[in-house]
Design a protein around this ligand. Structure first.
Ligand code: FUB
Length: 325
């Protein structure tokens, strides 16, 4: 694990899982808001006990970042009980749609949506989670034709391994050995942005040889934190590999995939989790990511950073090594 890198966006609170968006020429960052907790650490991530969200804004990636205060609290979400994990937000026709995962009283992650008039919130949640959604880490691609695609999913604590074809069975588990790895889920959003327009489908990630990545390929297989950006007409899916602490990416010619594995976006940071977003601002690309440097390595107390990201002439992403920043 490495330490160092760029300065934290803010130091007065711990934040993670940054989804960066540009509205009206201003950068907005939608992160998780980490808190300290006595909950014992486990592989299900119970120690990630977040209760609310704050939104940051930046006039420029060089900073400073302004904290706009609490935008949504779990107590105001009728269906949610705990663990407000990685969110995202997009704007359509003047309304900002804020997507977030949280656990119900039954302990199952669902994905909700809340709306507001301003990018910084506050956001008013819908009374029920989005029908047909489950697991964690929602991320929305606003495509050039006006359609929006919702990606989500994460294995282990993110519970994706409990589902097959959108159906939950507690007996389901992560595929093993040579079986194909699970991919994130994707569905086009309905015009109201609060429902799926279609059943979700699995996003398949292929090795360049054409074979699906295998479940035992821990250096490349999808774990959590899907993000899709579009550059020069190509769709780029990037994701965390979880227990090997990489952000990898693949490309496709459409939002559903299959995506073909291309390489590493970000090498391991300080802390167990790694999460990110990729956004274009004033003609340059930026990678927002988190690490645990501010808390001295405590995985559930993270901080968000940003660095410029480069695509080469062939569209390949140049790997970011936090130790070299
Ligand atoms: O922040 C809680 C979870 O940790 C996120 O949902 C995952 O992506 C990982 O960063």
């Amino acid at each position: 694990m490495t330490t160092g890198g760029p300065a934290p966006l803010v130091t007065h609170m711990h934040i993670a899982d940054p989804s960066a968006r540009v509205f009206d020429g201003v950068l907005y960052v939608y992160p998780s808001h980490d808190i300290d907790t006595d909950v014992p650490k486990d592989d299900s991530g119970e120690q990630f006990a977040m209760e609310d969200y704050h939104v940051l804004s930046m006039q420029d990636p060089a900073g400073p970042a302004v904290d706009h205060g609490q935008a949504l609290h779990v107590r105001d979400v009728p269906w949610a009980e705990r663990q407000m994990w990685a969110p995202d937000a997009v704007r359509k026709d003047g309304t900002v749609y804020f997507y977030f995962p949280a656990k119900t009283a039954e302990g199952l992650f669902r994905i909700g949506v809340a709306t507001g008039d301003r990018p910084e919130g506050p956001f008013t949640p819908e009374p029920e989670p989005i029908p047909g959604t489950y697991s964690i880490d929602p991320a929305v691609l606003p495509d050039d034709d006006g359609e929006h695609y919702l990606y989500f999913g994460g294995i282990w604590g993110g519970q994706l391994q409990k589902y097959r074809d959108d159906v939950f069975d507690d007996a389901n588990d992560e595929p093993t050995d040579g079986e194909p790895a699970l991919g994130p889920r994707v569905a086009r959003l309905a015009p109201d942005m609060k429902h799926l327009a279609e059943p979700t489908r699995e996003v398949v990630i292929l090795d360049p040889s054409g074979e699906p990545l295998r479940a035992d390929d821990h250096d490349r297989r999808f774990f959590e934190g899907a993000w899709v950006h579009k550059n020069a007409g190509r769709y780029y899916l990037s994701w965390s590999t979880g227990d090997t602490h990489l952000i990898c990416y693949g490309t496709a010619d459409n939002p559903y995939g299959p995506f073909v594995y291309q390489g590493v976006v970000l090498t391991p940071v300080s802390g167990w989790t790694t999460q990110h977003s990729i956004v274009e601002f004033e003609g340059r690309w930026y990678l927002f990511f988190h690490d645990s440097t501010l808390s001295g390595g405590q995985t559930h107390l993270r901080t968000v950073k940003v660095t410029e990201l480069h695509h080469d002439a062939d569209g390949r992403i140049l790997t970011v090594n936090p130790g070299e920043l």
